[in-house]
Structure formats: C-alpha cells, structure tokens
Ligand binder design. Structure first.
Ligand code: PEP
Length: 252
C-alpha cells in the first residue's frame, strides 16, 4: 500500500443548496490541511454548484463532477461535456456510479460508462470509475464476474489507466447502512487487482488506487482503511456531514 496515496472522495449526489453547501464547506475548510500529507481529498458537488463550491473550498480539496456527456460539445441538449468541465478548471469526474447504472430513468450501460471514461481521459480529466455488483449478483457468487465485465468494457476503449482510480462500490452497500466487512472489501479489491494484473499489466495493478464505497462512515472507516488493498473511500451520505473529515483521517 505504501506507494499508493490514499484518496477520499465525497459524492454529494443531488443534495444541498447554496446555504447548506456553504455551511458544509466551512466545516471542511476548518479541518486539517492535507497539503503534503498522505491523502488526496476530492468532493463532488451537484454540477450547478461546482463553481460556487470551488470558490469557497480550500485549495487542497479537489472538485469532481458526478457525470459527463459521452463526447465533445454539440447538439446534446441538457448535457455537459468533459471539455467544459476541464475548461471550467476542474480535474475530476465520477463515472459509472451505481445510481446512474441502475436508475430506470438513466440506465447507463457498461459501454456508455466506458465511452465516457475514454473521452473524459482524452479531455484531460481524471476519472473515478465506479464498479460493483448488486445484491443478487453477490448472492449468486457473481461478484468478481460483474466487476470483471465492467472493467473489461473500459479496457476495450482505454489503454492508459494512469488517470483512473477505481471505486469499488457494491450496490447493496450504497446508502443502505449495510457496509461491506473489511474482509469482504479486501477480498474483492484483491480480485480487482488480480484482474488488472492479468488483463492490463502488473504495473497498473500495483499502482491502481482502489477506493471502497458503500455506507462508509466515521465508525467503520479505520478498520476498512487498514486493509492492504483498500486505498481510500468514496463516501456518499457521510460526505454531507463534518464526519467526512474523520473518514479522511483514516489514512493515518
Ligand atoms: C456513493 O454513493 O458513492 C456512496 C458510497 O454512498 P453512501 O456512502 O451513502 O453509501
């Protein structure tokens, strides 16, 4: 784990308004500086509040968007391109979140997520690539198969993985209060790294930061962070509270 810098993301989803975002950022800014420390911290406000949040946040926090269009600018009403995100001064985009994969109004396919990932990288963004299985898939022993399928779709379109971090987020743990045990998460992270070693390269496998996401909070972060293949967290619910800072500290 030593050569991999810990990374913690806060996914605010479709939550907040100017007042609550300001209050949350004031609490985050009051925390310890992470400059020169062993952790990267990136928060993902709702798209509309990106500039507002960037203007208020301390400079050592990164800002991510929660989605982008599959390609460049054009006649795609309602969409925001990776080029715009980059041009507006942001470095990160979260892609393939399980809500975007599973909500019936969205239903992003593995292929769409892969296309977005390839284009966002080309546009100069760093990508938090979310993968993970449903409860059904876990119960029928298909966890590794699902993760491999989601990664293989990306591997079809991407050859340079250096600006990708993977967020392993079992859908059954997202927003449910049911967190994966440290053993379950470690086991799956090991399998993901093994897949990378066999299908991309041993070097990519060794260097890839694999974050865990799914009901991570201040109480369970330390035991998860101690696992050798868990390199950070992607946090939903708890990232809307000052408790997020305690999760950031789990890198220590
Ligand atoms: C997420 O949406 O990325 C997530 C992990 O949510 P939560 O922490 O609320 O389970």
């Amino acid at each position: 784990k030593m050569p991999r810098k810990f990374i913690v993301g806060g996914n605010w989803k479709c939550n907040g308004d100017r007042a609550s975002i300001k209050a949350l950022i004031q609490a985050l800014n009051a925390g310890e500086s992470t400059i020169g420390s062993g952790v990267d911290v990136v928060v993902a406000p709702p798209m509309l509040y990106g500039d507002y949040a960037r203007g208020l946040l301390r400079s050592d926090f990164g800002v991510a968007f929660q989605n982008c269009w599959v390609g460049g600018n054009g006649a795609f009403t309602g969409e925001v391109s990776a080029d715009m995100i980059k041009d507006a001064g942001f470095d990160w985009v979260i892609l393939g979140h399980s809500e975007r994969r599973s909500l019936p109004e969205i239903k992003e396919t593995d292929e769409t997520v892969a296309t977005k990932t390839a284009y966002a990288l080309e546009a100069g963004l760093k990508v938090m690539l979310c993968i993970g299985e449903t409860l059904d898939a876990r119960q029928s022993g298909k966890t590794d198969e699902v993760n491999a399928r989601q990664l293989a779709a990306v591997a079809e379109k991407v050859s340079d993985w250096s600006n990708i971090v993977i967020a392993y987020e079992p859908a059954w743990a997202i927003g449910t209060g049911v967190v994966a045990t440290p053993e379950q998460a470690q086991e799956t992270h090991t399998q993901i790294r093994k897949w990378l070693a066999e299908n991309i390269s041993p070097q990519v496998a060794q260097q890839m930061r694999i974050m865990y996401g799914g009901s991570a909070n201040a109480a369970n972060a330390d035991s998860l962070a101690r696992q050798p293949d868990i390199d950070g967290f992607l946090v939903g619910g708890a990232s809307l509270r000052p408790e997020f800072l305690r999760i950031v500290e789990s890198w220590k």
